[in-house]
Design a protein around this ligand. Structure first.
Ligand code: NAD
Length: 480
């Protein structure tokens, strides 16, 4: 260790009061599941954290029945103001238990504690505060007078932002007057189960929120349940397609938030220092497990060499390792399966002729790790420029004119997000106008705000989460 290295600064896990086993959370109580229970492990150590129940079709039946009863007998009879009170209460409890939730998230997911502590959990609280404020103002949401809830929402979420995706789903659904059955991803169920405790603490009427754990089969049973009125899914495009087929013709409302392959466009007049930070944040935040990650860097040819050199210098300073260390910038890959996918696509990148570079990294002996990686000499036809890698891997492409940047940025089956770096406001507006992406960031990246709608075009899905638009997805007459 040179004397400029950082000493270890691990966050304590002492405040975590985890149970060795978790049941399903149905009708206000933890109960056994009829599927085979499974262990959730820490991706940084591969050590088990807790055992978690798995819901089979009969458990899903129970959960949906509890949500239906709660909707009819209780939640739909409350005023918006009373619903709002519960949501405010949840938001405050999330803040009170923020440190504990952040530690649990980093332990279960592998993301750095400084991200779960400073980004994920504060945004979770912000989402509940924001939608709590809407609960008694639905008449003023521009969706007609006295808009009605849909009923029971079945919600399925991925592992990359476990608690934040839960908040994106549950907060607008409850504010609009629906009850929910939510299934977290099988590799990251922990914070959803802690959230179930928060629901109990908040005194929410039993059955308004139900959490069912399990894998794809559990999700399928939920999505296909005949008494679900609305399906909200965030996850891969492949599963999204299957769900769209299953839901077609059933009368259920559907929103899909799927994958992405965002272009981060850097013009030669961009503030370079800021752009380098934005590029790093765009693809290495959360190990690149981000649907809206800036995974395709489009850099103007005249500054290509400078940008790549500076990126390499910056990447060499990133600290990869223990997610619970407060100095860690890049944590563990969420699962062995995801690590394999990242490795395979990176090998394909090399085989297709792109040039691969990573800084030297020392990894712990156990756990799932992948060094931050840059590919240069990437062609638009390469698989690493087309497919979502969902890992810390950046593909660098070049362009000469704004028209070429726009054409390359839009040359993707996805359309979730994009970034533009330029000093010229007029150029930013002109380019943003032509990008087929749900969110376009200007001189920043990966910024989230509960008041701002988020969602995709094309294979990135449809429907919006966040803002007034996020309410519409949970109300009769609102857009699908
Ligand atoms: P995934 O589709 O494999 O799994 C997502 C969830 O769906 C999990 O809870 C899983 O158990 C469940 N599931 C799996 N098969 C199912 C089925 N047949 N029916 C119902 N549910 C099923 O995706 P993942 O690998 O967990 O997540 C990564 C993907 O999520 C990436 O493609 C990423 O881009 C996307 N994502 C999108 C957004 C967005 O807002 N657009 C946000 C985060 C992640």
């Amino acid at each position: 260790m040179s004397f400029l290295d950082y000493a270890p600064a691990p966050e304590s896990t002492a405040l975590l009061n985890l149970r060795p086993e978790y049941g399903l959370f149905i009708d206000g109580e933890f109960t056994d599941g009829h599927g085979e229970s499974f262990a959730t492990i820490s991706p940084a150590t591969e050590k088990p954290i807790a055992r978690v129940a798995s819901a089979d079709a009969s458990d899903i039946d129970r959960a949906v029945a509890a949500a239906r009863k709660a909707y009819e007998k209780r939640w739909s009879t409350l005023s918006g103001r009373d619903r709002g009170k519960y949501l405010f209460r949840i938001a405050r409890l999330v803040q009170e238990r923020a440190r504990e939730l952040a530690v649990a998230e980093s332990l279960d997911n592998g993301k750095p504690i400084k991200e779960s502590r400073d980004v994920d959990v504060p945004l979770v609280a912000a989402w509940f505060f924001y939608y709590a404020g809407w609960a008694d103002k639905l008449d003023h949401a521009g969706l007609g007078a006295n808009p009605r809830a849909l009923g029971v929402a079945g919600q399925v979420i991925p592992w990359n932002f476990p608690l934040l995706m839960l908040a994106w789903k549950i907060a607008p659904a409850l504010a609009a007057g629906n009850t929910v059955v939510l299934k977290p991803a099988e590799t990251t169920p922990l914070t959803a189960l802690l959230f179930a405790e928060i629901v109990q603490q908040a005194g929410l009427p039993a059955g308004v929120v139900n959490i069912v754990t399990g894998a794809g089969e559990t999700g399928r049973a939920l999505v296909n349940h005949t008494d679900v009125n609305k399906v909200a899914f965030t996850g891969s495009t492949a599963v999204g397609r299957e769900i769209a087929r299953a839901v077609a013709g059933t009368g259920k409302r559907l929103t899909l938030e799927l994958g992405g392959k965002a272009a981060n466009i850097v013009f030669d007049d961009a503030p370079i220092d800021q752009a380098i930070e934005g590029i790093v944040n765009g693809i290495f935040f959360n190990q690149g497990h981000v649907c809206c990650a800036g995974s395709r860097l489009l850099v103007q040819e005249s500054i290509h060499d400078e940008v790549v050199d500076r990126l390499k210098a910056r990447l060499s300073t990133l600290r990869v390792g223990d997610p619970l260390d407060k100095n860690t910038d890049v944590g563990a890959i969420n699962s062995a399966e995801q690590l394999e996918r990242i490795r395979t696509l990176s090998e394909i990148g090399e085989a297709e002729g792109a040039e691969r570079w990573s800084p030297a990294c020392e990894f712990p002996e156990n756990g799932f790790w992948f060094a931050p990686t840059i590919f240069t000499n990437v062609a638009t036809s390469h698989r690493i420029a087309r497919e979502e890698i969902f890992g810390p891997v950046l593909s660098v492409l070049t362009f000469r004119t704004p028209a070429e940047a726009i054409a390359k940025a839009n040359n993707t089956p996805y359309g979730l997000s994009a970034g533009i770096w330029s000093e010229k406001g007029s150029r930013i507006l002109a380019v943003a106008d032509k990008l087929r992406a749900g969110v376009v960031w200007a001189n920043t990246f990966n910024r989230f705000d509960p008041a701002s709608p988020f969602g995709g075009y094309k294979e990135s899905g449809f429907g919006r989460e966040g803002g007034r638009h996020g309410l519409a997805a949970y109300l009769e007459g609102g857009v699908r």
